[in-house]
Design a protein around this ligand. Sequence first.
Ligand SMILES: [Zn+2]
Ligand SMILES: [Zn+2]
Ligand SMILES: [Zn+2]
Ligand SMILES: [Zn+2]
Length: 370
Amino acid sequence: MARKFIQQRRQTKDEMFDAVVKNAIDFIDSSLDNLGKRPKNGIVDFYTAIELFLKARLMAEHWTLIVSKSDSASLSSFSVGDFHSVYLEDAAKRLKDVVGEAIEDEALNNFKALAEHRNQIVHFAHTDYADVGGIKAGVVMEQWRSWHYLHELLTMKWKDTFNAYIPEFERLHTRILAEKDFIQSRFQDLQPVIQQKQREGGVFVECGSCHTLAGLISETNPWGSNYVCMVCQKAGVKIRSTAEKVACDKCGHEFEFFHSTVSSCPYCAQPIDTDKLISLCKIKYTTGDDWWEEGGPCVAYCHECQYPKPSVFYIDGLWSCVSCFDRGWQAIACPHCDAFVTGDAERIEYFACHKCEDEMTQKMMNKMNL
Ligand SMILES: [Zn+2]
Ligand SMILES: [Zn+2]
Ligand SMILES: [Zn+2]
Ligand SMILES: [Zn+2]
């Protein structure tokens, strides 16, 4: 492999660690510097910073952990920057298996989503900057969400490793907070346009991404409304809510449960997590929709959040997941693996459900001798 074209001075391990962390901090700064002119670069740079921070954390454990093929690692090539870098999933796996510090699913999923967006930007460069303000608002929200997880890792979980840089992280935190104000000021600036749309009969809902009341409804379905946000340009679905109640098994009071914000019983403060909600709903919701057959399963596996247990009940006229709070999908028994699942019925029938799709793909590949 001819990877020797970048000649670097040999550095000690501490110097390398310091260089990687400072480099990561630089990337966050530049992701903020460019927001006004080239907002999409803000995603690319921000993601690079995340990878660098994960690498730094691995390096602090042992330098061999950031070399892709550990068996071919040697300190001499490492110290001159001659190594294949590990990528997000690989880095996360090593942190979990070798360092014993798993990144929590929510944070990892956020980083993965950012990685995907970064790849789209890099591979399909759009030059369409007709609405720089709208793109900037979307990027600001993505940065904010990823920073939330990154900041927590750097200043809490990995505090001992990154202690010397905490003042820098707090400086970045202040910068990112200030950018977030842009969302509100853009919402204010757009008021004349929003009011004009309202006069023309337009209906607005809260945007799930930037949380302003700027999601203009484009289509209404039985399960909710599709909207496009005028502030951050994100498209989304406002799911039809329900005020259904279940009874707390500790104090007996009924409470509204179908919100992601519910974490305890409002009467006795008993913690309510997903497993608890599932067990409470099992008592109350014991049938399915019109297609459901008496005696069949009435709790489905959710293809959206893929919670490991069945978490989708037929609540208030719609199949509703008490883990991710998505609603309105169909629930059917998969003809291939027999699991009772949500998803697109046609896709499940002709291909596979989310539980058996890996297996079905493998079968098809074997058939085609791939
Ligand atoms: Zn928005
Ligand atoms: Zn209670
Ligand atoms: Zn779900
Ligand atoms: Zn299946």
